[in-house]
Design a protein around this ligand. Structure first.
Ligand SMILES: [Zn+2]
Length: 289
């Protein structure tokens, strides 16, 4: 699934992460009563690690936390996409998971600028890359029946959208991340379509802002989880400043349990986004050291 070009890009991206400071990832399941849409399955390696009681390293650098923060933000925006599709009854002309990834990229462009945006974009791409590499390390084949596209594809889609929003200033980024020339040619059009399409939906919830239609609560166990939950709370506050949803949405950070294979997910029956503390732990684990 990966090319030698990409391997080179990965080395460069790791270097970039070390130099500029890091930054992020995104996945779904179904039960009989409600649909859940998630961002990223918890990787097998992390689940095994937690069973063995192997604690993560004690000190978390600013760069590592930046990776955690960035991926949490991008994942929350992905789940927000599922919530909007549900609450606004949006037509989805393709895979819903792809649409949610696209909204995440569009919202990052709206809410962040300059170096902060550059960092979050790099870390988001690194998050997809980390998921892909975790799976490769496990020796697992991609589950082609999964509702999500393969991690490497999500990686390239994200890099393309980011590049397409400002091609004059982001060509180096696209090259460093291994985006092939022929894909680069369509990225401006892809970004235009993404921002126009999601822009129509976002306009519908912007008119009456600010508001308080999104609630937040958390149940965390460790200081690291608490710190990460505060990031989610800040993002909820940001969303409330910009948008008012027709139905109250709840965002909850909590332990999802040993059996959970989801990182974060939207539950349509309950109008709720859940961010699992297991996912937070995974991000700390994946963060470039
Ligand atoms: Zn999803």
């Amino acid at each position: 699934m990966k090319s030698s070009t990409h391997t080179f890009a990965f080395a460069l991206s790791l270097l970039g992460a070390l130099v500029f400071g890091p930054t992020m990832s995104l996945a779904a399941g179904t039960d009989n009563t409600q649909t859940e849409h998630s961002a990223v399955p918890i990787s097998a390696s992390v689940k095994k690690g937690s069973k063995q009681g192997k604690p993560p390293p004690r000190k978390v650098s600013e760069a590592q936390f930046d990776f955690v923060r960035s991926n949490l933000v991008a994942t929350l925006y992905h789940e927000f996409g599922h919530a909007l599709i549900d609450e606004l009854d949006l037509p989805v002309l393709g895979q819903e998971e792809d649409a949610a990834d696209v909204l995440s990229a569009v919202m990052l462009e709206r809410f962040f600028i300059g170096p902060a945006l550059d960092r979050i974009a790099l870390n988001t791409a690194l998050g997809f890359e980390a998921d892909a590499r975790d799976q490769e390390l496990e020796g697992d084949d991609w589950a082609w029946s999964d509702v999500h596209g393969p991690d490497w594809q999500r990686y390239y889609n994200f890099v393309c959208l980011y590049y397409g929003a400002d091609p004059e200033n982001r060509e180096d980024f696209a090259n460093d991340m291994g985006l092939p020339r022929d894909r680069m040619e369509s990225c401006v059009d892809e970004q235009d379509l993404a921002s126009r399409s999601w822009g129509l939906a976002l306009d519908r919830i912007t008119a009456n802002a600010p508001g308080s239609s999104i609630g937040f609560s958390s149940r965390t166990r460790t200081e690291r989880q608490k710190k990460a939950a505060r990031i989610v709370a800040e993002e909820v506050a940001r969303l409330n400043k910009s948008y008012v949803l027709p139905k109250k949405l709840r965002v909850v950070v909590k332990h999802c349990g040993e059996d959970s294979s989801l990182s974060a997910f939207y539950t349509s029956g309950r109008v709720k986004i859940t961010v699992c503390t297991e996912y937070i732990d995974q991000l700390y684990h994946q963060a470039p050291k």
